[in-house]
Unconditional design. Structure first.
Length: 279
């Protein structure tokens, strides 16, 4: 069997399961299975494929056939300007979450020294991306999942910012250390009764998605904690569900925050809120 035949087999397998991205998915999976670029595959379509490489390719196709996200199969995801390691213990970074980075970089001047806290660090993609852009800043990241912390530490080391971040296993209720200039969080904000209707719930960690009743239980804890840990005039940036703006604004106002800005995503949906601690 040559590379062209392997590709065509892959196309057929994924197309039969009505996977819209069957072509690109097959090509990316074959590229990783062989550890060569897609360009090299196209230039060498008549080249025979090693039986072990083909078995590895088929195994990954089988996972994709069951609609497992490609990022988990490849163990990587592009986010912001970087590539991050991901596995089933962390959420797959989404493009809309990049708004939190954009807003953070507007707030923190390029050479400024600021202390940042991320609540719910997950894969570390947010805080690592920020620290790579702002070389004089330092950070604490917290998460209640030991396996997620392992991924975040891996990414901090991968991107050479591990000397400016400390990642701690704790939940938001029990963390009380330090005072911060900026707190960021992309907490679980999906209503727990809606989770069963979402495809992501089959593969991604439910704890990182489940926002409790109305989706704001964790957001409520994040805002309350931020009101105690932020310095006066410190900023809080949180990602929210598209239907949660007014509930979150009320929570912020009740916790001594002034709402500066509401940012919409590329679909024109409310996606994050920037606020300032007033007292």
């Amino acid at each position: 069997m040559n590379l062209l035949q392997a590709l065509n087999n892959g196309y057929s397998i994924l197309k039969s399961k009505k996977i819209d991205t069957y072509k690109i998915d097959t090509e990316v999976i074959l590229s990783q299975s062989l550890s060569i670029s897609k360009e090299n595959i196209i230039l060498n379509l008549e080249k025979p494929i090693n039986i072990n490489d083909y078995k590895r390719f088929l195994h990954k196709l089988e996972r994709r056939k069951k609609r497992e996200p490609l990022a988990y199969i490849l163990n990587k995801r592009e986010f912001w300007k970087n590539q991050f390691y991901v596995n089933k213990n962390v959420l797959i970074p989404r493009p809309e979450t990049e708004h939190l980075i954009e807003e953070t970089l507007k707030i923190i001047q390029k050479n400024s020294s600021r202390k940042i806290l991320e609540i719910g660090v997950g894969s570390g993609c947010l805080i690592v991306s920020i620290l790579k852009e702002r070389k004089n800043c330092s950070a604490i990241g917290i998460d209640c999942c030991k396996k997620a912390i392992k991924v975040a530490n891996y990414n901090a080391n991968l991107h050479l910012i591990n000397n400016r971040i400390k990642i701690i296993k704790t939940d938001v209720d029990n963390f009380n250390a330090g005072k911060y200039d900026l707190i960021i969080s992309n907490p679980p904000y999906i209503d727990k009764y809606q989770l069963k209707y979402l495809d992501v719930s089959e593969y991604e960690p439910l704890k990182a998605l489940n926002g409790g009743v109305n989706g704001i239980e964790v957001l409520t804890k994040v805002i309350s904690k931020a009101s105690r840990l932020l310095k006066i005039n410190g900023k809080l940036i949180v990602e929210i569900g598209s239907d949660q703006k007014y509930k979150v604004i009320k929570l912020l106002n009740n916790n001594n925050f002034f709402v500066n800005k509401i940012v919409k995503d590329l679909s024109n949906l409310d996606r994050c809120i920037i606020s300032t601690k007033t007292q």
